[in-house]
Every structure is written in structure tokens, then in C-alpha cells.
Ligand binder design. Sequence first.
Ligand code: ATP
Length: 324
Amino acid sequence: MSIEVRNVTKRFGDFVALEDVTVSLPTGQLTALLGPSGGGKSTLLRIIAGLDTADEGTIDIEGTEATNLPARKRNVGFVFQHYAVFKHMTVAKNVAFGLEIRKRPKDEIEHRVDELLRLVHLQQFAHRLPSQLSGGQRQRMALARALAVEPKVLLLDEPFGALDAKVRRELREWLRRLHDEVHVTTVFVTHDQEEALEVSDEIVVINEGRVEQIGSPDDLYDHPANDFVMGFLGEVTTVNGQKVRPHDVDISTTPILAGAAQGTISRVLRVGFQVRVNVLTDGGEDVTVELTKSHANALGLGEGTTVWVTPTPGSIPRMVEKAG
Ligand SMILES: Nc1ncnc2c1ncn2[C@@H]1O[C@H](COP(=O)(O)OP(=O)(O)OP(=O)(O)O)[C@@H](O)[C@H]1O
């Protein structure tokens, strides 16, 4: 069982937001919908949630035909980037809300809220108001609230989008651990390839309303279906006409690399623990090479240095047939 999206098309007037999208999202898996802004990720998530309807195609959720089911009958939990919290209610009350409107017994609610707050590491904040939490803590509360009613499926639309880079990274790791504990089928939207690569079991790359590729992070990174996927999942540079990742370029100050292109360093830029070097080859290519600082120092690279560059043997991503 799983979420089965079949041949879904969605138009807004003349504009085609999703075109014949077919995706199967296996039960218990954490799947990222990844792609550039405006590509259709949120539209697809909203259609799975039942907040929007497809013009054509069908949605099955865990074996139930859900195409025409209203959102409240789909047994899905949502978390959006700007989650509407009840500002006047404590954290515990916010988490309890879904259970209270379902009229669950009081002691069951207390027990469940306690368990969930422990799961999201907010037990000591149960009696605070949402305004007394940090952004990251508020998103964790939102996740606990979505999980409270034991949804079959958890849908997250850029849940960490509004947070700063460090908090995002923490929450990302935390989401992965949470998912490993509760195993609820989870779909999250992100335009951040690093987030998708780090967290998900599977990535669906969506661009201009179409699925470009579906696969594991390794599959997509090492065997992109096309130039778009390759470029979207990481930096790309061209050496001797071959597209390759900048950290998969070998560089030497002597002509020892077989078939290497000769060139001159035009720029050396330190980025954290790495060094990014631009090499203008005699053939007219501007090649970007990434290497560690110690490696760059050992080679004595500087602007004007003559070097030879070539793709690291075995590193050229093998394009696969288009999926989806
Ligand atoms: N209600 C609407 N009416 C008209 N056009 C819409 C509507 N909702 C979305 N669109 C359009 O559909 C396209 C896909 O939007 P969607 O929000 O799904 O993209 P996205 O991939 O989630 O992008 P982002 O990362 O920016 O949220 C966009 O071009 C958007 O302008």
C-alpha cells in the first residue's frame, strides 16, 4: 500500500501546473518533492491532501480511492511553512486540539500529548504559549500536532522554509530521526536539494509541471536522467566537453593526468573547508574545480598557475532513461 498518483493533470485557466503526473510513494517512506519554484510541488501536495482537486487523474491513499474524498476524510496530517497555530492556547493544548475535536477521552488525550511532546523534545515547554517558542520549536510543535491524530500520511510543505540555515539543518536531522521512530508515510516539499538529498528515502524531481525523475538520493546524484536533474542536484562544470561535478575534477601542476586539458588558474576562492578554483583551459573552457584546502595548499595553487585538469576516472554521471 502507498500513495498512488496516476496521470494527474491540473490547470489554472490556460496554465498547466501539473501535466500527466504519475508517482507511487511507498508506505512508510520519506519522500521529497524537489524542484524549482513554480514547478508544481505544492500543487501536487495539495491534491494529495485533498485541498485541491485534479482536473484529470486519480489519487489512491493506502488502498483507498481518494480522488473525490474531502481532506478531512483522507486521514492525512499537514504542516505548512507558516503554520496557523492557536496563539492563545498552550503548546500542549495546540497538540491536543485534533484529539479534543474528535472527543477522545481526557486521560487518553493527556497521555498522547505527553508522548508526542516527548517525541518532539518539547515536554518542558508544554505550558508555554507558541509565541514563547523559537521558530524551530514551533515547527516541532506543528509536527506533534499533525501526528496527534495518527494520520496514515504526513504532508509537509516547506516545513522549515522560514528558518535560518543552522536551525533548518538541525530540524532536518531531527525529522529523519523522527521518521525512523514513527514510520508514518511522509511527503515533504522542498526546493533545497541538500535537504532532499540528506533526509529522504526517495526524491521526486518536479519541474514545469512534469516529473523529471524519481529515485533514491544516490540514484539521482550519480545517474541523473537529464541535464536538468544533474544541474539541480548539484554544481556542474564541463571539462573536455564532459559534464562533471566540480569535486570530481582532478587537477595537477604537472602534465601527468592522461588526456587532461591544460589551462591557467583565473581565480581561487576559499569556501569554508574547501577551495574553489577556476581554470581557463587552452581550449576555452572555464572549469570549476573543488578541492580541500590542504590539497590546494600542497599543490601551491594560485592565480596564474599552469595546471592540467581532467574528470576523475569513473566520476562522470551516467545519464539514465527518463523515468516517470
Ligand atoms: N490558485 C492558483 N491559481 C493560479 N495559478 C496557480 C495557483 N496555484 C498555483 N498556481 C501556479 O501553478 C504553478 C505551480 O505552483 P506551485 O505552488 O505548485 O509550485 P511550487 O513548485 O510549489 O513552487 P514554490 O516552491 O514556489 O512553492 C505556479 O506557476 C503557480 O503560479
